[in-house]
Ligand binder design. Structure first.
Ligand code: MG
Length: 368
Protein backbone atom coordinates (compact mmCIF):
# COMPACT_ATOMS: atom_id res chain seq x y z
CA UNK A 1 0.00 0.00 0.00
CA UNK A 2 1.42 3.37 -1.03
CA UNK A 3 1.56 6.65 0.85
CA UNK A 4 -1.67 8.40 1.82
CA UNK A 5 -2.50 12.03 1.11
CA UNK A 6 -3.13 14.19 4.17
CA UNK A 7 -6.85 14.11 3.34
CA UNK A 8 -7.00 10.30 3.20
CA UNK A 9 -4.87 10.00 6.33
CA UNK A 10 -7.06 12.49 8.20
CA UNK A 11 -10.16 10.50 7.31
CA UNK A 12 -8.60 7.17 8.29
CA UNK A 13 -7.19 8.45 11.60
CA UNK A 14 -10.03 10.68 12.78
CA UNK A 15 -7.72 13.68 13.06
CA UNK A 16 -8.39 16.91 11.14
CA UNK A 17 -5.92 18.14 8.54
CA UNK A 18 -5.37 21.21 10.69
CA UNK A 19 -4.48 19.00 13.66
CA UNK A 20 -2.13 16.92 11.49
CA UNK A 21 -0.29 20.08 10.40
CA UNK A 22 0.08 21.12 14.06
CA UNK A 23 1.32 17.66 15.13
CA UNK A 24 3.86 17.82 12.31
CA UNK A 25 5.16 21.15 13.62
CA UNK A 26 5.37 19.68 17.13
CA UNK A 27 7.18 16.59 15.73
CA UNK A 28 4.48 14.49 17.39
CA UNK A 29 3.41 12.93 14.10
CA UNK A 30 5.68 14.01 11.23
CA UNK A 31 4.60 12.87 7.72
CA UNK A 32 6.55 10.06 6.04
CA UNK A 33 7.26 12.34 3.11
CA UNK A 34 6.89 16.04 2.29
CA UNK A 35 6.89 16.99 -1.39
CA UNK A 36 9.80 19.46 -1.75
CA UNK A 37 8.05 21.43 -4.48
CA UNK A 38 4.40 21.56 -3.43
CA UNK A 39 4.90 21.09 0.34
CA UNK A 40 2.19 18.37 0.31
CA UNK A 41 2.36 15.97 3.25
CA UNK A 42 2.20 12.21 2.67
CA UNK A 43 1.67 9.62 5.38
CA UNK A 44 2.53 5.90 5.58
CA UNK A 45 -0.26 3.42 6.52
CA UNK A 46 1.96 2.20 9.42
CA UNK A 47 1.53 5.67 10.98
CA UNK A 48 -2.19 5.13 11.46
CA UNK A 49 -1.76 3.33 14.78
CA UNK A 50 0.14 6.27 16.31
CA UNK A 51 -2.37 8.73 14.80
CA UNK A 52 -5.35 6.88 16.30
CA UNK A 53 -3.64 6.80 19.69
CA UNK A 54 -3.12 10.57 19.48
CA UNK A 55 -6.78 11.02 18.51
CA UNK A 56 -8.00 8.92 21.46
CA UNK A 57 -5.76 10.71 23.95
CA UNK A 58 -6.97 14.08 22.68
CA UNK A 59 -10.57 12.92 23.01
CA UNK A 60 -9.71 12.04 26.63
CA UNK A 61 -8.73 15.69 27.12
CA UNK A 62 -5.03 15.01 27.61
CA UNK A 63 -2.87 18.07 26.88
CA UNK A 64 -0.41 17.76 23.98
CA UNK A 65 2.62 17.57 26.28
CA UNK A 66 1.07 14.51 27.94
CA UNK A 67 0.21 12.98 24.56
CA UNK A 68 3.83 13.40 23.52
CA UNK A 69 4.97 11.61 26.69
CA UNK A 70 2.57 8.69 26.25
CA UNK A 71 3.62 8.24 22.60
CA UNK A 72 7.27 7.97 23.66
CA UNK A 73 6.56 5.19 26.22
CA UNK A 74 6.12 1.45 25.74
CA UNK A 75 2.77 -0.27 26.46
CA UNK A 76 2.78 -0.75 30.26
CA UNK A 77 4.47 2.60 30.98
CA UNK A 78 2.07 4.36 28.61
CA UNK A 79 -0.87 2.67 30.36
CA UNK A 80 0.41 3.84 33.75
CA UNK A 81 0.79 7.39 32.44
CA UNK A 82 -2.81 7.42 31.20
CA UNK A 83 -4.01 6.00 34.55
CA UNK A 84 -2.22 8.76 36.45
CA UNK A 85 -3.70 11.41 34.17
CA UNK A 86 -7.21 10.04 34.64
CA UNK A 87 -6.89 9.81 38.41
CA UNK A 88 -6.04 13.51 38.49
CA UNK A 89 -9.00 14.38 36.25
CA UNK A 90 -11.36 12.50 38.57
CA UNK A 91 -9.97 14.16 41.67
CA UNK A 92 -10.33 17.59 40.04
CA UNK A 93 -13.87 16.80 38.97
CA UNK A 94 -14.85 15.62 42.45
CA UNK A 95 -13.58 18.85 43.96
CA UNK A 96 -15.29 21.02 41.35
CA UNK A 97 -18.54 19.08 41.82
CA UNK A 98 -18.52 19.89 45.53
CA UNK A 99 -17.90 23.55 44.77
CA UNK A 100 -20.64 23.55 42.12
CA UNK A 101 -23.15 22.00 44.53
CA UNK A 102 -22.31 24.67 47.08
CA UNK A 103 -22.60 27.50 44.54
CA UNK A 104 -25.94 26.24 43.21
CA UNK A 105 -27.31 26.17 46.76
CA UNK A 106 -25.74 29.49 47.64
CA UNK A 107 -26.94 31.38 44.55
CA UNK A 108 -30.45 29.96 44.63
CA UNK A 109 -30.74 30.92 48.30
CA UNK A 110 -31.65 27.33 49.11
CA UNK A 111 -28.60 26.39 51.13
CA UNK A 112 -29.05 23.20 53.02
CA UNK A 113 -26.87 24.92 55.58
CA UNK A 114 -28.68 26.23 58.62
CA UNK A 115 -30.26 29.61 58.54
CA UNK A 116 -32.21 31.49 61.15
CA UNK A 117 -35.39 31.34 59.12
CA UNK A 118 -35.57 27.55 59.34
CA UNK A 119 -34.21 26.98 62.83
CA UNK A 120 -34.94 29.06 65.85
CA UNK A 121 -32.04 28.00 68.01
CA UNK A 122 -28.44 28.79 67.22
CA UNK A 123 -26.19 25.78 66.84
CA UNK A 124 -23.04 24.95 68.73
CA UNK A 125 -20.75 21.99 69.06
CA UNK A 126 -19.59 19.96 72.01
CA UNK A 127 -16.42 18.03 71.45
CA UNK A 128 -13.57 15.90 72.76
CA UNK A 129 -10.16 14.88 71.44
CA UNK A 130 -7.80 12.12 72.48
CA UNK A 131 -4.46 10.97 71.09
CA UNK A 132 -2.63 7.86 72.25
CA UNK A 133 0.77 6.31 71.45
CA UNK A 134 -0.71 2.83 71.08
CA UNK A 135 1.00 -0.33 72.25
CA UNK A 136 3.85 -0.71 69.76
CA UNK A 137 5.28 2.69 68.78
CA UNK A 138 7.81 4.41 71.03
CA UNK A 139 6.44 7.90 70.55
CA UNK A 140 3.26 9.61 69.45
CA UNK A 141 3.57 11.48 66.14
CA UNK A 142 -0.17 12.19 65.88
CA UNK A 143 -1.77 15.47 66.92
CA UNK A 144 -5.46 15.75 67.83
CA UNK A 145 -7.20 19.00 68.67
CA UNK A 146 -10.75 20.04 69.43
CA UNK A 147 -12.00 23.54 70.22
CA UNK A 148 -15.27 25.39 69.83
CA UNK A 149 -14.46 26.23 66.18
CA UNK A 150 -11.65 23.93 65.09
CA UNK A 151 -11.44 20.14 65.07
CA UNK A 152 -8.32 18.51 63.66
CA UNK A 153 -6.39 15.28 63.42
CA UNK A 154 -2.89 15.10 61.93
CA UNK A 155 -0.73 11.99 61.57
CA UNK A 156 2.96 12.88 61.30
CA UNK A 157 5.54 10.65 59.62
CA UNK A 158 9.25 10.57 58.90
CA UNK A 159 11.98 12.00 61.10
CA UNK A 160 10.31 14.79 63.06
CA UNK A 161 6.82 13.54 62.38
CA UNK A 162 5.54 14.77 65.75
CA UNK A 163 6.60 18.42 65.19
CA UNK A 164 5.17 18.17 61.66
CA UNK A 165 1.69 17.14 62.80
CA UNK A 166 1.80 19.71 65.63
CA UNK A 167 2.89 22.50 63.24
CA UNK A 168 0.11 21.66 60.78
CA UNK A 169 -2.59 21.90 63.45
CA UNK A 170 -0.98 25.00 64.96
CA UNK A 171 -1.22 26.74 61.57
CA UNK A 172 -5.02 26.35 61.70
CA UNK A 173 -5.55 27.56 65.27
CA UNK A 174 -6.04 31.20 64.36
CA UNK A 175 -9.37 30.04 62.88
CA UNK A 176 -10.55 29.53 66.48
CA UNK A 177 -10.62 33.26 67.10
CA UNK A 178 -10.79 34.90 63.69
CA UNK A 179 -14.12 36.33 62.58
CA UNK A 180 -14.99 34.49 59.41
CA UNK A 181 -17.46 35.74 56.84
CA UNK A 182 -19.33 32.67 55.59
CA UNK A 183 -18.61 33.52 51.95
CA UNK A 184 -14.86 33.60 52.52
CA UNK A 185 -14.63 30.45 54.61
CA UNK A 186 -13.20 28.12 51.96
CA UNK A 187 -10.61 30.69 50.84
CA UNK A 188 -9.57 31.23 54.43
CA UNK A 189 -9.30 27.51 55.03
CA UNK A 190 -7.27 27.04 51.85
CA UNK A 191 -4.83 29.76 52.97
CA UNK A 192 -4.55 28.13 56.39
CA UNK A 193 -3.80 24.71 54.85
CA UNK A 194 -1.22 26.30 52.53
CA UNK A 195 0.44 27.86 55.57
CA UNK A 196 0.33 24.49 57.36
CA UNK A 197 2.14 22.97 54.37
CA UNK A 198 4.76 25.72 54.44
CA UNK A 199 5.31 25.17 58.16
CA UNK A 200 5.86 21.44 57.62
CA UNK A 201 8.20 22.00 54.68
CA UNK A 202 10.08 24.53 56.82
CA UNK A 203 10.74 21.75 59.33
CA UNK A 204 12.05 19.52 56.53
CA UNK A 205 14.49 22.24 55.46
CA UNK A 206 15.65 22.85 59.01
CA UNK A 207 16.13 19.15 59.78
CA UNK A 208 18.30 18.56 56.69
CA UNK A 209 18.01 14.79 57.14
CA UNK A 210 17.83 12.19 54.41
CA UNK A 211 14.97 12.83 51.96
CA UNK A 212 13.56 9.35 52.63
CA UNK A 213 12.95 10.28 56.28
CA UNK A 214 11.89 13.90 55.70
CA UNK A 215 8.94 14.85 57.89
CA UNK A 216 5.39 15.18 56.69
CA UNK A 217 1.85 14.87 57.96
CA UNK A 218 -1.73 14.17 57.05
CA UNK A 219 -4.32 16.76 58.03
CA UNK A 220 -8.07 16.35 58.37
CA UNK A 221 -9.86 19.33 59.89
CA UNK A 222 -13.33 20.83 60.34
CA UNK A 223 -13.89 24.54 60.90
CA UNK A 224 -17.17 25.73 62.38
CA UNK A 225 -18.17 29.40 62.06
CA UNK A 226 -21.37 29.22 64.07
CA UNK A 227 -23.46 28.72 60.93
CA UNK A 228 -21.23 26.89 58.48
CA UNK A 229 -18.92 23.93 58.61
CA UNK A 230 -15.97 23.47 56.25
CA UNK A 231 -13.76 20.43 55.78
CA UNK A 232 -10.11 20.29 54.75
CA UNK A 233 -8.51 16.94 54.10
CA UNK A 234 -5.20 15.61 52.85
CA UNK A 235 -3.71 12.17 53.43
CA UNK A 236 -5.25 9.06 54.98
CA UNK A 237 -6.72 10.30 58.24
CA UNK A 238 -10.49 10.24 57.97
CA UNK A 239 -13.68 12.12 58.72
CA UNK A 240 -16.99 10.37 59.33
CA UNK A 241 -20.50 11.75 59.79
CA UNK A 242 -23.06 9.98 61.95
CA UNK A 243 -26.53 11.09 60.85
CA UNK A 244 -29.80 9.32 61.61
CA UNK A 245 -27.87 6.39 63.05
CA UNK A 246 -25.81 5.82 59.92
CA UNK A 247 -22.06 6.33 59.71
CA UNK A 248 -20.84 7.90 56.46
CA UNK A 249 -17.19 8.27 55.57
CA UNK A 250 -16.88 11.76 54.09
CA UNK A 251 -13.20 11.76 53.10
CA UNK A 252 -11.30 9.78 50.52
CA UNK A 253 -7.88 8.35 51.42
CA UNK A 254 -5.10 9.88 49.34
CA UNK A 255 -3.25 6.58 49.18
CA UNK A 256 -1.79 4.51 46.38
CA UNK A 257 -4.02 1.55 47.23
CA UNK A 258 -7.18 3.72 47.19
CA UNK A 259 -6.32 4.91 43.68
CA UNK A 260 -5.62 1.30 42.61
CA UNK A 261 -9.05 0.29 43.92
CA UNK A 262 -10.64 3.20 42.04
CA UNK A 263 -8.91 2.07 38.85
CA UNK A 264 -10.20 -1.47 39.37
CA UNK A 265 -6.68 -2.88 39.64
CA UNK A 266 -7.17 -4.37 43.13
CA UNK A 267 -10.14 -5.07 45.39
CA UNK A 268 -10.91 -3.39 48.72
CA UNK A 269 -9.87 -6.63 50.50
CA UNK A 270 -6.57 -6.74 48.62
CA UNK A 271 -5.95 -3.08 49.53
CA UNK A 272 -6.25 -3.88 53.25
CA UNK A 273 -3.32 -6.31 53.08
CA UNK A 274 -1.33 -4.62 50.30
CA UNK A 275 2.37 -4.19 51.26
CA UNK A 276 2.25 -0.52 50.24
CA UNK A 277 -1.12 0.26 51.83
CA UNK A 278 0.36 3.13 53.86
CA UNK A 279 1.91 4.89 50.86
CA UNK A 280 0.42 8.38 50.61
CA UNK A 281 -0.01 10.07 47.24
CA UNK A 282 -0.89 13.37 48.89
CA UNK A 283 0.30 14.82 52.21
CA UNK A 284 1.79 17.97 53.67
CA UNK A 285 5.39 17.04 52.93
CA UNK A 286 8.28 18.11 50.78
CA UNK A 287 7.97 15.28 48.28
CA UNK A 288 4.21 14.77 48.02
CA UNK A 289 1.42 16.48 46.13
CA UNK A 290 0.02 18.95 48.66
CA UNK A 291 -3.46 19.69 47.26
CA UNK A 292 -6.04 19.33 50.01
CA UNK A 293 -9.70 18.51 49.40
CA UNK A 294 -11.79 21.47 50.61
CA UNK A 295 -15.54 21.71 50.88
CA UNK A 296 -18.50 22.89 52.88
CA UNK A 297 -20.58 20.42 54.84
CA UNK A 298 -24.26 20.90 55.44
CA UNK A 299 -25.13 20.92 59.11
CA UNK A 300 -28.09 19.50 61.03
CA UNK A 301 -28.67 19.42 64.76
CA UNK A 302 -27.93 15.91 65.98
CA UNK A 303 -25.06 15.35 63.54
CA UNK A 304 -21.99 13.79 65.08
CA UNK A 305 -18.56 13.98 63.46
CA UNK A 306 -15.63 11.66 64.00
CA UNK A 307 -12.12 12.52 62.86
CA UNK A 308 -9.50 9.80 63.28
CA UNK A 309 -6.02 8.80 62.24
CA UNK A 310 -5.35 5.48 60.51
CA UNK A 311 -4.36 4.06 63.90
CA UNK A 312 -8.12 3.55 64.35
CA UNK A 313 -9.42 2.95 60.82
CA UNK A 314 -6.69 0.46 59.82
CA UNK A 315 -7.36 -1.91 62.73
CA UNK A 316 -10.99 -1.46 63.77
CA UNK A 317 -13.77 -2.40 61.34
CA UNK A 318 -16.34 0.29 60.52
CA UNK A 319 -19.31 -1.51 62.14
CA UNK A 320 -17.43 -1.54 65.46
CA UNK A 321 -16.53 2.13 65.09
CA UNK A 322 -20.17 2.89 64.32
CA UNK A 323 -21.37 1.06 67.40
CA UNK A 324 -19.29 3.30 69.68
CA UNK A 325 -19.96 6.53 67.76
CA UNK A 326 -23.71 5.86 67.73
CA UNK A 327 -23.93 4.36 71.21
CA UNK A 328 -21.78 6.50 73.50
CA UNK A 329 -23.41 9.87 74.04
CA UNK A 330 -20.65 11.70 75.87
CA UNK A 331 -17.89 12.79 73.41
CA UNK A 332 -15.18 12.38 76.07
CA UNK A 333 -16.21 8.80 76.74
CA UNK A 334 -16.65 8.09 73.03
CA UNK A 335 -13.06 9.07 72.12
CA UNK A 336 -11.75 7.04 75.10
CA UNK A 337 -13.66 3.95 73.95
CA UNK A 338 -12.52 4.36 70.34
CA UNK A 339 -8.87 4.56 71.42
CA UNK A 340 -9.44 1.51 73.63
CA UNK A 341 -10.85 -0.39 70.62
CA UNK A 342 -7.67 0.32 68.63
CA UNK A 343 -5.47 -0.79 71.51
CA UNK A 344 -7.52 -3.94 72.03
CA UNK A 345 -6.82 -4.69 68.36
CA UNK A 346 -3.10 -4.60 69.12
CA UNK A 347 -2.54 -0.84 69.05
CA UNK A 348 0.07 -1.10 66.27
CA UNK A 349 0.05 2.64 65.49
CA UNK A 350 -0.54 5.98 67.18
CA UNK A 351 -4.28 6.55 67.37
CA UNK A 352 -6.16 9.85 67.49
CA UNK A 353 -9.88 10.56 67.62
CA UNK A 354 -11.99 13.70 67.72
CA UNK A 355 -15.73 13.49 68.28
CA UNK A 356 -17.99 16.53 67.93
CA UNK A 357 -21.76 16.88 68.27
CA UNK A 358 -23.78 19.58 66.54
CA UNK A 359 -26.49 20.72 68.91
CA UNK A 360 -29.05 23.44 69.41
CA UNK A 361 -27.91 25.96 71.97
CA UNK A 362 -30.40 27.15 74.56
CA UNK A 363 -31.79 30.54 73.60
CA UNK A 364 -31.02 33.06 76.36
CA UNK A 365 -34.23 34.28 78.02
CA UNK A 366 -34.60 38.00 78.67
CA UNK A 367 -35.55 38.86 82.25
CA UNK A 368 -38.83 40.83 82.47
MG1 MG B 1 -0.80 6.55 61.57
Amino acid sequence: MGLLTIGAFAKASGLSQKALRLYDELRLLPPAHVDPLSGYRWYAPEQLERARLVAWLRRLGMPLAGVQEVCALDGPAAAARVATFWERVEADTAERRDLAVFLIGHLSGKDSVMSDSTHHSPLGIRYAALSDTGLVRESNQDTAYAGSRLLAVADGFGEGGAPASAAAVEALKHLETEDVADGGLLDLLKDAVDRAGEAVRGLAGAAGGSPAASPGTTLTALVWTGSRLALAHIGDSRAYLLRDGELFRITRDHTLVRSMVDEGRITVDEAASHPQRALLLRALADDREATADLRLQDVQPGDRYLLCSDGLSAVVAEPEVREVVAGVADPQRAVAELVALANRAGGPDNVSCVVADVMELPVPQLQP
